[in-house]
Design a protein around this ligand. Sequence first.
Ligand SMILES: Cc1cc2nc3c(=O)[nH]c(=O)nc-3n(C[C@H](O)[C@H](O)[C@H](O)COP(=O)(O)O)c2cc1C
Length: 258
Amino acid sequence: MPRENNPILDQIGKHASVRAYRPDPVPAEDIDAIVAAGQRTSSSSNLQTYAVIAVTEAATRNTLSHLCGDQDQIRQAPLFLAWCADLSRLDRATVLRGHPHAHNTVESFLIAAVDTAITGQTAALAAESLGYGICYIGSLRNNPAEVITLLGLPRLMFPLFGMTVGVPAHPHRLRPRLPLRAVLHHERYSRAAEDAALAEYDRAMIATGIYEGRQVAVPGKPGVMEDYGWTEHSARRVSRPTRLGLRAVLRDQGFDLE
Ligand SMILES: Cc1cc2nc3c(=O)[nH]c(=O)nc-3n(C[C@H](O)[C@H](O)[C@H](O)COP(=O)(O)O)c2cc1C
């Protein structure tokens, strides 16, 4: 298929997170089709170490919204998908077949996290191809112990991220991405193009208006201000640790990683 008029590339190119939804329910057949599409994704050794809980009941979505930073979109969207790393299924397989289960390694958790993430993204693309909007919800990890209880997750299952799904209430604007040269390297990693690419990206993100014309002090130049852009925003985001309780909840769920 050529790059031009390629429906899959076109679909991918239209992605924008949707945070406002119409109330129309997502039919059960569509939920099945979305998750079944996700299942076609490659999987490490075909272990398929993920599971997803589809939540449509308003009361559960209300509680999830509360647990996920009170995000209104979770109350609004008719469907919430809770994507979970799942080593419990393989644990049962090892018991069934009389083998030990070497699950307590960073590697086995990474396998499950990668499998879950790529499966979720294929499902997201499938949902978008059916006319739905989606938004990932990393805040599912804000209160993981409560989410585990609410969704009845057994030992060796862990909620990694959520996803709101529904018909968008209005069109959503595309958010620019980093220039390709900042993320694509040929043969060997090279930082050469990165500084200019970051400055270019700051300008592109400022132009979207997303930072509402905010100003910020220029580091090392007292009294000099400049536009607040992606580098400032992102540096602030990663300047503080988040979700420090995760390790303890992981351990309680059976992931005592070595
Ligand atoms: C793992 C992950 C977690 C996210 N968590 C949230 C969230 O909790 N709430 C939210 O509104 N957006 C969330 N997002 C959406 C991102 O903010 C969004 O993808 C990013 O700003 C790029 O915008 P775009 O998806 O519209 O292109 C998340 C995205 C990912 C991949």
